[in-house]
Design a protein around this ligand. Structure first.
Ligand code: BGP
Length: 485
């Protein structure tokens, strides 16, 4: 049995433009960094091609054709009783190259229609400005977020959409999972994550320090751009609620051995420093010490510092999928600039999904308490949580008890965090309420939805939508405000 939540709690789901819309060149849209990714797999990171290569970049080119099916799909979300629906505006539908003199009216009109359709179903839009969708032209001509000029290009894009949708959208967030970059390491999956967040690409001669320096600089410019967008957003509409967005995996030490405890603490500081700047408007002490100790120091001006302080966020949006357990690989103090000293290890106390993500519902309550301890009373919206799985159609139905079990357990922990721990969680938007393309692997077969989409990894199929068992489960959860889990 669950705990009934507050009436204005935002129950819903979340997607991203590049994983759902398809129509990658329709309506004047430009090429984004998501459009030049190949498909990958559970073990193979997606490759970044040199521009669009026919036949290689198909996953995000087709998505689930949400650009054309959004009315039917939102009707299904309305049938479940959604209060909110998160998606991103594809930056390249508004500014196809990122530095265009004027915005693309067809792109602006598409999102006008999309938000109107949401409101028809009583669904509140929750909008991500940049969900791994930077214009590719900004990478080839400016070097992605390594160039300070991209700050004002982003802020101008934010200003245009804030003004256009000032009466249709209240909840916004700036960069999706900006925190992913902090985990820079020699693992090729992390190179992929830095690419998706900042358009940075490293050659095989790049050292860990090179990657760290490049990521710190890009991250700084992204944070300044976010802070300037928050300020402008509040000028355009003081009722806007604008957040930063980070991935929060609950972190655990592998043992009470002091070195493991320190490694866990350093890993958590690395995970949280972007959040710190979003919320407090300044770099945490251990990062200032890191800059001094290593000489890896971003170009930070006094004006930047003033902007960071003036542009702190109204809430934090978080994605939570799993917990992560770390140990120290050496007895010496684990340093934030040497991720090599901090190694991820298996946690024998939790199970994993088919992509080796630890299934840990209590980790979500743990992570929410950590955030609340660090930032008391700061509203938090869970904007991603879900269970990717290989779903099968059997006699025209999809039975997904495994997904219901995962979501039920996580929602139960959110309810305890709110009611027992007093944490101001304002919404729960599960990831991929309709099957979409996986960001990490480009697969359709990694399905998250309450709604099955009959498309395969190659984008082939009828495209028919099918309600899974979890569709009816979640509809009942929402109808009872979380009481009937
Ligand atoms: C997060 C992204 C989402 C989504 C999610 C699930 O990092 O913000 O875009 O993709 O991961 O990951 P995946 O799609 O790889 O299963």
């Amino acid at each position: 049995m669950g705990i009934k939540l507050q009436d204005d709690f935002l129950w819903g789901g979340a997607i991203a433009a590049h994983q759902a819309e398809g129509a990658w060149q329709a309506g004047g849209k430009g090429v984004s960094i998501a459009d030049i990714l190949t498909a990958g797999s559970h073990t193979e990171p997606r490759q970044i091609t040199d521009g669009v290569v026919d036949g290689l970049n198909y996953p995000n080119h087709h998505g689930i054709d949400f650009y054309h099916t959004y009315k039917e799909d939102l009707a299904l979300m309305g049938e479940m009783g959604f209060k909110a629906f998160r998606t991103s505006i594809a930056w390249t539908r508004i500014f196809p190259n990122g530095d265009d003199a004027t915005p693309n009216e067809e792109g602006l009109q598409f999102y006008d229609d999309l938000f109107d359709e949401m409101h028809k179903h009583g669904i509140e839009p929750v909008v991500t400005l940049n969900h791994f969708e930077m214009p590719y032209h900004l990478v080839t001509e400016y070097g992605g977020w390594s160039d300070r000029r991209v700050i004002d290009l982003f802020v101008n894009y934010a200003k245009v959409v804030f003004e256009r949708y000032r009466d249709k959208v209240t909840y916004w967030m700036t960069h999706n999972e900006i925190s992913n970059q902090a985990a820079v390491s020699d693992n090729p999956f992390f190179d992929f994550m830095v690419w998706t967040n900042s358009g940075l690409k490293f050659d095989d001669k790049a050292t860990l320090a090179d990657k760290q320096a490049a990521m710190m600089q890009a991250g700084h410019y992204e944070l300044v751009a976010s802070a300037k967008a928050v300020q402008i957003g509040h000028e355009i509409n003081p009722d806007f609620v604008i957040g930063g967005m980070v991935n929060v995996a609950a972190l655990y030490p592998a043992s009470p051995k002091p070195a493991d405890m320190l490694a866990f603490q350093k890993a958590r500081q690395a995970r949280d420093w972007f959040t710190d700047v979003h919320v407090r408007g300044a770099y945490p002490a251990e990062l200032e010490a890191f800059f001094k100790r290593t000489g890896i120091r971003p170009d930070i001006t006094d004006e930047d510092r003033a902007d960071l302080l003036a542009g702190t966020v109204d809430y934090m949006a978080i994605s939570y999928y799993n917990s992560t357990t770390v140990r120290a690989t050496s007895e010496q103090d684990a340093e934030i600039d040497h991720p090599a000293d901090v190694e991820v290890v298996k946690n024998d106390f939790v199970k994993v999904n088919d992509w080796d993500w630890a299934v840990d519902p209590q980790g979500l309550r743990y992570a929410l308490n950590e955030l609340n301890d660090m930032y008391p009373y700061l509203p938090i919206m869970i904007v991603e949580n879900g269970f990717g799985a290989y779903d099968e159609i059997v006699d025209g139905q999809v039975h997904d008890p495994y997904r219901i079990d995962y979501l039920k357990a996580h929602v139960a922990e959110v309810e305890k965090a709110i009611v027992n721990d007093g944490i101001p969680v304002i919404g729960y938007l599960s990831w991929g309420p309709i099957d979409i393309v996986s960001a990490g692997t480009g697969e359709m077969k990694k399905r998250y939805g309450y709604i099955y989409v009959d498309l395969d990894d190659m984008g082939e199929g009828s495209g028919e939508r099918l309600r899974k068992d979890s569709f009816y489960w979640y509809k009942q959860v929402i109808a009872t405000q979380g009481e009937d889990l």
